[in-house]
Write a protein that binds this ligand. Structure first.
Ligand SMILES: C[S@@+](CC[C@H](N)C(=O)[O-])C[C@H]1O[C@@H](n2cnc3c(N)ncnc32)[C@H](O)[C@@H]1O
Ligand code: SF4
Length: 387
């Protein structure tokens, strides 16, 4: 009798909706202006449904723990399309009893009016891109909503969805710790269970990148940014939020984003929609997928082959272990040494010992974790660990 193989990992589904009402000057995601191309959008929904079916044949039966609609701006999607995609995913895999369904939303009035329909379509967790609760900051960020609109959206979201998370961008030019504390505290007063405060990053090729090069935009220096990071941690800890990941804080374990934990724990995820990435374990080996980035190219690829990605790329044991280290060190729980074998990392390894001695990593016999000091300079830590 043959031994049963190891259980395949649980599965998340990421759906990328690439359209936005306008493109923000700091954003380098795979996004396109929404010009109301309804024929293209209908074709995209059909392609996503077909891509899901093709990938389900590849993964075989799995427990589906999360579906995440990200973007772009999926709050611009037709709620019927959201319902169709969800119904398809539920039919193709076995939904976990506590399947998490999240959707990213921009807080404009037009989108807020659709929250009830999106909840009706099956979305249980809204991730609201508030970004700031200050009109000057929102203008600086090029957002198409003001602080009053965002406050209205927060109030409606709290009524419509069981779970609400909000995204904020800090380390804006001239931002003081006192002003940031007041803004964070105001956001928390809406009773959200989860907050993702992201430090403003100047991404290559964006309008902000060009402004920095011209000297028109001067982001805070490293010291000022570190002070704002520490302010964030202190304010959220004081309010009862646990920093379970570098930029993710939850009020209790049930409030953590299960979808992000799929990534950080190294579980599998199917990516559908333009530019979506996936990781699928087949025969004990991890494979990477990356869908065609442009909507028309994605729709064309699905039309030809049934799937949006050109190749199913096997990852080497080293590449897979490196991914595990990079994502596992982002979360408080850390990463097991048993997942880092291909990199030769163990408690006795010199690089591990040095970073532990410097207080940047902590380890017990079977897990490696970044300390709070290490998480503050995580890029530096992982560069030194994974040379
Ligand atoms: C790609 S957006 C999608 C959500 C939605 N369209 C929105 O803008 O709110 C996801 C999140 O990434 C964050 N983000 C995108 N670019 C960023 C940057 N350059 N620096 C910091 N945060 C960024 C924002 O907080 C945003 O909410
Ligand atoms: S930040 Fe959000 S709304 Fe702005 S361009 Fe990026 S995805 Fe679109």
């Amino acid at each position: 009798m043959t031994e049963p193989g190891p259980q395949p990992p649980p599965l998340g589904v990421y759906v990328h909706w690439p359209y936005c009402a306008r493109i923000c000057p700091y954003c380098d995601f795979n996004v396109y202006r929404d010009r109301g191309r309804s024929a293209e959008q209908a074709a995209l929904v059909a392609a996503i449904v077909q891509d899901l079916a093709t990938q389900a044949a590849l993964t075989g039966p799995r427990t589906l723990v999360s579906v995440f609609f990200g973007g772009g701006t999926p709050s611009l999607m037709d709620p019927d399309a959201v319902a169709l995609i969800l119904e398809t995913a539920r039919r193709l895999w076995t939904p976990a009893g506590d399947l998490e369904v999240s959707l990213e939303a921009n807080p404009t009035d037009a989108e807020t009016q659709r929250f009830a329909a999106l909840a009706q379509a099956g979305v249980g967790r809204l991730s609201l891109g508030v970004q700031a609760l200050n009109d000057d900051a929102l203008r600086f960020l090029g957002r198409d909503h003001d602080a009053a609109t965002a406050r209205r959206a927060l109030a409606v979201a709290a009524q419509a969805f069981g779970r609400v998370s909000l995204d904020l961008i800090y380390a804006r030019p001239g931002q003081t710790p006192a002003a940031w504390t007041a803004e964070l505290e105001e956001a928390l007063a809406y009773g959200v269970e989860h907050v993702s405060p992201y430090q403003l990053t100047i991404e290559a090729g964006t309008a902000f990148d060009r402004a920095v090069r011209r000297g028109q935009l001067v982001p805070p220096d490293d010291e000022a940014a570190a002070t704002l990071f520490e302010t964030t941690q202190a304010v959220l800890a004081e309010a009862g939020f646990e920093a379970y990941e570098v930029s993710n804080h939850a009020r209790g374990e049930a409030a953590r984003s299960r979808h992000n934990l799929v990534y950080w724990r190294g579980w599998d995820y199917v990516g559908v929609g333009p530019g979506a990435h996936g990781r699928i374990t087949l025969g004990g080996h991890r494979h990477a997928t990356e869908a065609q980035a442009r909507p028309a190219a994605y729709i064309g690829a699905v039309g030809e082959s049934g799937r949006g990605f050109p190749v199913l790329e096997p990852l080497s044991a080293e590449a897979a272990a490196e991914e595990r280290a990079l994502s596992g060190l982002r979360i408080k729980a850390g990463v097991a040494y048993s997942e880092l074998v291909a990199l030769g990392l163990s408690p006795d390894h010199n690089r591990v010992k040095t970073l532990v001695a410097e207080g940047l990593l902590a380890e017990d016999n079977y897990k490696l974790r970044a300390t709070p000091a290490g998480r503050l300079v995580l890029d530096h830590v992982t560069r030194r660990l994974l040379v």
